[in-house]
Design a protein around this ligand. Structure first.
Ligand code: ZN
Length: 452
């Protein structure tokens, strides 16, 4: 879930940052230190060990500015990602990071992501105060000295600007060694670690006596995911492992009702004042637990019967483990956000302005368009000739079997009623329906990248 929490004051960014294009055209040049996006294969064995390195920092600022401050680095277990797909050029995310080899000044790793901090920036609170969120990046451990570069999208232009860099000595004795603290259990193994999407399921609010309850929730999560295409057909490229990490108290904090629980990951409802938005801001703690398993994606299952959750791209997804309402569908919806940043295709009635989707910019999400760059960047190629754009939707269309729904551009999505378009009348990303054909194709394409 990512909502437009408050009326947003557009930021007046005056920083003269370095504009970087991260879309699929790969020959972009700019005037900054990084000369171009490297689309050539990076030789994994030349630059990286078999393991993971973790870079922790604070992401802080207010509605108009964001800054970064170093916390520390840690060695972690085996690198679960591809050894071939090292430069992510999908252009997804509000943030981007690069690892630059010091000796050759070459970009050897790149990935996009989103953060809770960036959502907080759109709240009314962020217009009045400064706040810090703990954040963390993981990447294959470099063999040589390197620089971490972090980029953020300019709030007006939506173009990435370089905001921070940290040059590291790989032999720095301050880099903490890896220490496995928690046990893991296999929930589903489809393929090898290198060529599969590895998902870590983490518990919060389960006490030592509630392990069985958590494992049942993990099995339910797996069954929900594999109930929906394209995941049903992709089982052989997906691994799911549960990390067992008990909390002191049973249950989850509900601050708006005065209920507090001491839990390992400090998950809670009422994030940004929204009752059903259940998240944790303790992302480094989340990484501490996830490190027990080889992983590329994290999903937290909380010990609560209360409906709610959240999902942020390349950060984590979260859902209540209690079987209430449409729990399984919520898991899959939030995983769509956290795996690859699929946008919400639903509308909030009366909402006309969104900080996330200005009318004159093409959204980076694969399943939303403003028609600004529809032909090149979005699903124009999947639309049958003669389909009107925008595509009208009415009751008689909805009553037809979905196999007869044309792929088109239906107005309404990204919380807005007007000016933004979704590919199908219904989708997992709005009404918890099946994923629309465009979302399915985008997920498959992303899995192709991750599992290469
Ligand atoms: Zn969709």
């Amino acid at each position: 879930m990512r909502k437009s929490y408050a009326i947003f004051a557009f930021c007046l960014m005056t920083l003269a940052g370095c504009a970087v294009q991260t879309q699929k055209e790969c020959s972009t040049k700019n005037s900054c230190a990084i000369k171009e996006i490297e689309c050539v294969d990076v030789d994994y064995d030349k630059y990286f060990t078999e393991n993971t390195l973790r870079f922790d920092f604070q992401h802080y600022g207010n509605s108009e500015s964001e800054n970064y401050a170093f916390d520390g680095m840690k060695h972690e277990g085996i690198w679960a990602g591809s050894h071939k797909s090292l430069i992510n050029t999908f252009g997804y995310g509000e943030q981007l990071f690069r690892i630059v080899d010091t000796e050759e000044q070459k970009v050897i790793y790149q990935n996009g992501y989103c953060t809770l901090f960036n959502e907080w920036q759109t709240t009314a609170e962020a217009q009045k105060t400064t706040r810090s969120y703990p954040e963390s990046l993981i990447f294959p451990c470099p063999k040589r000295n390197f620089t971490v570069e972090i980029y953020a999208r300019n709030k007006s232009t939506k173009v990435f600007e370089k905001k921070y860099s940290y040059t590291a000595n790989i032999n720095d004795y301050n880099i903490k060694p890896y220490k496995a603290e928690y046990s893991t259990e296999e929930i589903h193994i489809g393929g090898s670690i290198e060529h599969s999407l590895d998902i870590a399921l983490l518990p919060d609010g389960f006490t030592a006596e509630e392990k069985e309850k958590f494992m049942e929730a993990c099995n339910a999560w797996r069954n929900a995911l594999f109930n929906y295409e394209p995941f049903t057909s992709e089982k052989q490229r997906i691994n799911i492992r549960a990390v067992w990490a008990p909390s002191k108290e049973s249950g989850i904090s509900i601050p708006g009702k005065g209920e507090w629980k001491e839990t390992l990951l400090d998950c809670r409802f009422y994030t940004f004042g929204s009752e059903r938005y259940q998240m944790t801001s303790e992302f480094q703690k989340v990484r501490d637990v996830a490190a027990a398993a080889p992983y590329e994606a994290i999903f937290i299952l909380t010990n609560s019967d209360k409906y709610g959750g959240g999902g942020i791209y390349n950060y984590y997804g979260l859902g209540s483990a209690g079987k209430t309402g449409r729990t399984g569908e919520v898991y899959v919806h939030e995983f769509g956000h956290s795996l690859m940043g699929l946008g919400d295709e639903y509308v909030e009635v009366g909402n006309t302005v969104s900080a996330f989707y200005p009318a004159d910019k093409e959204p980076w999400e694969a399943n939303l368009t403003t028609f600004v760059n529809f032909d090149k960047k979005k699903w124009k190629g999947m639309i049958a000739e003669g389909t009107p754009l925008p595509t009208p939707v009415n009751d008689s269309l909805i009553k037809l079997p979905d196999t007869q729904w044309p792929i088109g551009a239906y107005e309404g999505g990204g919380y807005l009623e007007k000016g933004i378009y979704r590919p199908w009348p219904k989708c997992m990303m709005n009404q918890l329906y099946n994923f629309c054909p465009v979302c399915q194709a985008a997920i498959k394409e992303y899995l192709d990248y991750i599992c290469k």
